[in-house]
Design a protein around this ligand. Structure first.
Ligand code: NAD
Length: 353
């Protein structure tokens, strides 16, 4: 069944099994006829298939998207896009591919259509992170918000089990931090709770049956709601820690979010228990931090940063970096407490132990 929601940010959002095949009409609606289809090397077959469905409206396929959106890749692809007289970008993939599409849109002013295949949520935000000379910088610009999102659950069926779980927890992290954001609104809270409820219900179902398209679509509704709040309100300690661990220690994005989430939630819960009480209720736990920990463990999520290349010797530096230029946070960030949080997340201990 195909369905549609329209966001209030000049973005059209559509869901449905096989909806990727309506891409040609989306291009026509945008007045475009030369789409460059983007993907990672790992998803080039999906990109080729989608380009094939466009016939002569495909200007080509470029499968060079990489984690952290390196500027040199963007510039090479930009030159290729110009030569191919591209008038629109179609990003098929997760946050890395969507990042490339956003970087190209920023430079060219051309519209983008996104067909997301993970739950990271970048498609719903005007945020772009790019890396140059090893330094990652982030900007927010309305020009990078994709014009159209086509959520096709058939394309998420291939998402490996471990990435399904960690990417889902990555999305939930946006919503958790939106619940206590300083600039939250009734609308952002409602969207955050909607997104969380989708994952709490549907994530166990897609783990049980990865090809359950109704459950996959439910997770994509969650991805849009969680991504949209990421673009609307400020993030706090959890995102600061994950950006530090990803940017300075090269830890993988979704796995890091999945491991840190119960710990950062537990830390902040001490200051804002009422704002996080709906999370504990939704997960039928006594506190949000421990309920998220139990939920993650029930899905066999990774629990220890040490399993992803972080050494115990890195923890002091990570605590120092995470306390520099801190994001606003509902609980004061005391370095000894943060160091303990990192120790627990590194070792795979339960939050607050
Ligand atoms: P990703 O895009 O890096 O994908 C991880 C791997 O999984 C890739 O090899 C990809 O090809 C593969 N993959 C993706 N979907 C698949 C599928 N359905 N089947 C099989 N393989 C699949 O991972 P991600 O977690 O989606 O994105 C992480 C990046 O996105 C980070 O750089 C992060 O900073 C960025 N991000 C940006 C925003 C934003 O608002 N700007 C939001 C969230 C994430």
């Amino acid at each position: 069944m195909m369905s549609e929601t329209a966001s209030d940010q000049n973005q059209s959002v559509r869901y449905g099994a096989g909806i990727r095949f309506s891409l040609e009409s989306e291009l026509s609606a945008l007045g475009c006829s030369r789409a460059l289809v983007l993907s990672t090397p790992q998803q080039s077959d999906v990109a080729l298939n989608i380009a094939g469905s466009l016939g002569d409206k495909a200007a080509g396929v470029c499968s060079r998207a990489k984690m952290h959106t390196p500027v040199e890749v963007t510039e090479d692809v930009m030159a290729h896009a110009k030569a191919a007289q591209t008038d629109c970008y179609v990003a098929v993939g997760g946050g890395s591919t969507i990042g490339l599409g956003k970087a190209l849109a920023l430079r060219s002013g051309l519209p983008q259509i996104v067909i997301p295949t993970t739950y990271a949520g970048s498609e719903a935000t005007p945020i772009l992170g790019q890396t140059e000379d090893g330094i990652k910088t982030t900007l927010s610009d309305a020009r990078v918000l994709p014009r159209v999102i086509l959520y096709d659950p058939e394309l998420v069926v291939s998402l490996p089990r471990d990435l399904t779980v960690t990417s889902g927890l990555n999305a939930m992290a946006h919503a958790i931090e939106a619940l206590y954001a300083r600039d939250r609104t009734d609308e952002s809270t409602k969207m955050a709770l909607t997104g969380l409820a989708c994952f709490v219900t549907a994530l166990p179902n897609v783990i049980r049956d990865p090809s359950d398209l109704a459950a996959r679509e439910h997770t994509l509704v969650g991805a849009w709601n969680c991504g949209a709040v990421l673009g609307r309100v400020g993030m706090a300690l959890h995102h600061k820690l994950c950006h530090t661990l990803g940017g300075s220690f090269n830890l993988p994005h979704a796995q890091t979010h999945a491991i840190v989430l119960p710990h950062a939630t537990g830390y902040n819960e001490a200051a804002v228990p009422n704002l996080l009480a709906p999370v504990a209720d939704m997960l039928q736990g006594t506190s949000a931090g421990t309920a998220l920990w139990d939920f993650a463990k029930s899905l066999d999520a990774p629990t220890a940063l040490k399993d992803f290349g972080l050494t115990e010797n890195d923890l002091d530096r990570a605590a120092d970096l995470a306390t520099q230029n801190p994001y606003w946070n509902p609980r004061e960030i005391a370095r000894p407490d943060l160091r303990q949080l990192l120790q627990n997340a590194w070792a795979g201990h339960a939050p607050g132990t």
